[in-house]
Design a protein around this ligand. Structure first.
Ligand SMILES: NC(=O)c1ccc[n+]([C@@H]2O[C@H](COP(=O)([O-])OP(=O)(O)OC[C@H]3O[C@@H](n4cnc5c(N)ncnc54)[C@H](OP(=O)(O)O)[C@@H]3O)[C@@H](O)[C@H]2O)c1
Length: 242
């Protein structure tokens, strides 16, 4: 039996576009109380207006995930407006056209690892204490197939995405005794704005075969619907034709 998402408090970081946005929308349509966060406030307000028109509970909070104090404020605002976070989805991420070792520089490396890995820890440490108190919580991180299969996405991106897989598994092993579960999702190519950051853009044919953000969101919801006794520690999802 799956668990209903109705009235569950879901915090999505990276909710202004792509996978995070699709997840936030789908969660709200399932009856969850959603807090959507990212840096682009106008994008968040656009989704909020759409959700409000459907009569759904959908709050937004503009914040930079790379800033620890902003993540602490986001966790507190979510608790005050909606209650203790039941499900955190960390879908923020980025890459750079300067990904090859020939073009990578230390400041670019730092930025990629900060957004894709360190910041996942920042929001995690902000929501964990309240989850421990209620002995319930599901932390869902969006890594990438690049996190376990070598490719040309660049050393910084792959190192960060591998790191995120490690973070997710480490927290699960440590926090399971507190009723907290973690899942790390590793998507293949998804047709989102992130692809515009590639040095060589995927062809229209490749984009047409890619996953849609809604496909990954469906996988996230499937993991979130499992009863507390069950968890999918790691899940890979790819376009069936790629
Ligand atoms: N697209 C793919 O092929 C693919 C494949 C595997 C894994 N992934 C992973 O999936 C995740 C979602 O990416 P996507 O494909 O959906 O791309 P996307 O549409 O570009 O979404 C990225 C999201 O991250 C947010 N973000 C970036 N930096 C942030 C920061 N400093 N603080 C807060 N939010 C930040 C962006 O919002 P703001 O800019 O408004 O802050 C946006 O909402 C990423 O981790 C990506 O690495 C993507």
């Amino acid at each position: 039996m799956t668990v209903s998402l109705k009235d569950q408090v879901v915090l999505v970081v990276g909710a202004s576009s792509g996978i995070g946005r699709a997840t936030a929308v789908m969660m709200a349509r399932e009856g969850a109380k959603v807090m959507a966060s990212a840096r682009r406030n106008e994008r968040l307000l656009e989704v909020k207006a759409k959700m409000a028109a459907e009569g759904l509970v959908f709050e937004v909070f503009a914040a930079d995930a790379t800033d620890v104090s902003q993540m602490n404020r986001l966790a507190e605002a979510t608790r005050q407006k909606l209650g203790t976070v039941n499900i955190l989805v960390y879908a923020a991420g980025t890459n750079t056209p300067d990904r090859s070792m020939l073009r990578l520089r230390p400041d670019i490396w730092d930025g990629i690892v900060l957004t894709n890995l360190n910041s996942a820890y920042y929001i995690t440490q902000a929501v964990l204490p309240a989850m421990r108190e209620v002995r319930n919580g599901h932390l869902i991180y969006i890594s990438s197939i690049s996190g376990h299969t070598p490719d040309i996405s660049g050393a910084a991106y792959q190192a960060a995405k591998r790191g995120l897989i490690g973070l997710s598994h480490a927290i699960r092993v440590e926090e399971k005794e507190n009723g907290i579960r973690t899942t790390v999702i590793c998507p293949g190519l998804v047709d989102t704005e992130l692809l515009d950051k590639r040095p060589v853009k995927p062809t229209p044919e490749m984009r047409a075969q890619a996953l849609l953000p809604e496909d990954v969101a469906e996988a996230i919801l499937a993991c979130a619907r499992l009863p507390p006794r069950a968890v999918i520690p790691e899940l890979t999802i790819v376009g069936s034709a790629l």
